[in-house]
Design a binder for this molecule. Structure first.
Ligand code: DON
Length: 574
């Protein structure tokens, strides 16, 4: 590993120090280099065999160790996801859902949709008051906002492709929960900021509400450790039935939640055929509905393909206005045409076709600012918290997983007795046609609430092959900004020939049709911003968005892993 690229985040030793580990079970004892009380954030490194990048150093290190011991990318991904559920509680989860996208070395593609589903008692208007107005707090705060969690079922489905036992892959997470780990400053701030909400939205105080946190404190999660042990021992039944299911259903009473025992027992992940398309000689593979991400990035990249974006330059007025006009058109289609494909006919083939992209850009004129009043969804004729992590193993198997509780720390409900946070994914449905969700996204019938239906997502785990060979695994959190971040990341690498790190660190911009404005990050070039403004675009400076993590195979075969500078994201490998 290139030491010069280490960005050290100094984390002080936890109260109990390493000696506590003498009582620890097998994983940490046999992996002295993974020290939950002292670890560093590594932003970029290249490895000769396997690499992992995720939102937390401990989770990445676990994934790398699992591969080093004979596991493949699937083993590493499962162990990383369970570890994130402990060390990155704001978004790593067992109470949420996500998408697992993979390409095996033999070219086989796998898409596992473990998105949350609407409970059996859900109704179309469940978040409206008697006057038909949305009660925002109901779809965001407390158990009433929860969809049926999918993460545990998703990881168990992924395990069909793994080599090691599920028990071994859950063990590191159990030990982080039981023996504690030292929290970063960012985590301490996050937990403190939500303390009042945790107490209000949960039926009992929890590990998170024990104290005012500061960087270097050790967080113990004994209830979560016990839940993970039940999963370790009983698999699906350890979460979706028995004691854990009882805890979840009991927690529903505190804030009008409607998830039942049957909902939990009947939850199943679904296999989805990935979206595939070519962009300037690269083959891009991404997630299908109920994610909108794969379709949106296919549309946007196809819309800009006829133009010489490289010549226009990175984040110039010319390239940003072209890319924004593609964003406007694709996001208009998202609002109208996309939803759970088992409940709504999504015209995927048309939306991602070359002909449709050409048709959509017919009214585009370089230098002329578009308008979302004029640009609507195309006519189709056809019969803030999430987390992303990427793994590429020694054989070239690639995994990209984006998983979420929706908002940071989900609906702020910690299931009493079980120690994990519940999602507020129900807000990703269109609670009423024309009423924006927490990301300002609009939707209609395609994304209305129906029992069992999965809410439309923007999560965009994405893989790229080059000349038929594995090349990139990438993704990011950020609500509706996600497809735009992936789109811009790919353009940075493919058009602007940037390294993965440069591509990830570059300033981002975001347009989502409505509101008709371009959000730009704090370090977006002033000059471009002024030029866009002068042309008539409404520009909003926003903070940073997303935490994009990726692994890219370099020409010499090395796996170059990058963790976004925007978080505690960190890489590991061997
Ligand atoms: O599935 C979705 O599109 C959202 N629930 C993702 C939320 C998210 O990325 C929040 N992260 N910052």
């Amino acid at each position: 590993m290139n030491k010069s690229k280490l960005l050290a985040l100094s984390i002080t030793l936890g109260n109990l120090g390493i000696c506590f580990l003498s009582n620890a079970q097998s994983f940490l004892k046999t992996h002295p280099s993974i020290n939950p009380y002292h670890y560093q954030v590594v932003k970029e490194a290249s490895f000769s065999k396997g690499a992992v990048t995720s939102a937390h150093p401990l989770a990445s290190m676990v994934g790398a160790a699992i591969m080093q011991e004979g596991g493949n990318a699937f083993d590493a991904a499962i162990a990383t996801q369970f570890s994130l559920a402990v060390v990155f509680p704001g978004a790593g989860n067992i109470g949420g859902g996500g998408f697992m996208l993979a390409r095996k070395t033999n070219g086989e593609l796998i898409g596992i949709d473990y998105r949350e589903a609407a409970p059996g008692k859900a109704t179309r208007d469940m978040y409206l008051d008697e006057n038909g107005n949305p009660i925002k707090s109901m779809s965001l705060d407390g158990a009433s906002a929860s969809g049926i969690p999918g993460s545990v079922a998703g990881m168990i489905a992924t395990h069909a492709y793994a080599k090691l036992s599920l028990a071994a892959l859950i063990e590191p997470a159990i030990e982080f929960a039981e023996y504690g780990f030292v929290i970063t400053e960012r985590e301490a701030k996050g937990l403190n900021a939500e303390k009042a909400n945790f107490l209000k939205n949960s039926s009992a105080p929890s590990a998170f509400t024990k104290k005012e946190w500061k960087a270097g404190d050790t967080l113990y999660q004994p209830e979560l450790a016990a839940t993970l042990k039940r999963i370790q021992q009983k698999g699906l039944a350890g979460f979706y039935e028995g004691e854990t299911a009882d805890y979840i259903v009991n927690e529903m009473k505190h804030s009008a939640g409607i998830i039942s025992k049957e909902d939990l027992k009947n939850y199943r992940p679904k296999f989805r055929k990935p979206i595939e398309f070519d962009y300037r000689g690269h083959h891009v593979i991404s997630f299908a509905p109920p994610s909108s991400g794969g379709i949106i990035i296919a549309q946007m990249l196809k819309m800009i393909q006829p133009y010489n974006v490289e010549k226009m330059g990175l984040n110039t007025e010319a390239s940003v206005s072209l890319m924004v006009e593609a964003q406007r058109r694709a996001y208009a289609d998202r609002a109208e045409h996309m939803g759970d494909p088992d409940y709504w006919k999504v015209p995927t083939d048309t939306l991602i076709s070359d002909g449709y992209a050409k048709e959509r850009m017919k009214d585009y004129q370089p230098g002329v600012v578009g308008s979302s009043k004029i640009t609507k969804a195309g006519l189709v004729h056809e019969s803030e918290q999430t987390t992303h992590f990427s793994v590429i193993d020694a054989e070239g198997n690639m995994v990209a997983i984006t998983t979420t509780l929706n908002d940071t720390y989900g609906n702020k409900t910690i299931v009493a007795g079980a120690g994990f946070l519940l999602n507020n994914e129900m807000d990703d449905f269109s609670v009423k046609p024309g009423v924006p969700n927490m990301y300002g996204a609009l939707g209609g019938e395609a994304n209305s609430i129906v029992p069992g239906k999965r809410m439309l997502s923007s999560m965009t785990p994405t893989l790229v092959t080059l000349n038929g060979k594995p090349y990139i695994s990438i993704g990011t959190p950020g609500g509706t900004t996600i497809p735009n971040q992936v789109y811009e990341g790919l353009v940075n690498i493919i058009d602007h020939k940037m390294s993965l790190k440069e591509a990830i660190d570059a300033p981002r911009f975001h347009h989502q049709w409505i509101p008709d404005q371009v959000g730009v990050e704090t370090d977006f070039p002033e000059e471009t911003m002024n030029a866009l403004k002068a042309n008539g675009y409404t520009i909003i400076r926003r903070g940073r968005f997303g935490r994009m993590d990726g692994v890219q195979i370099l020409q010499d075969g090395k796996r170059n892993a990058v963790g976004d500078k925007r978080g505690d994201d960190s890489v590991a490998g061997y």
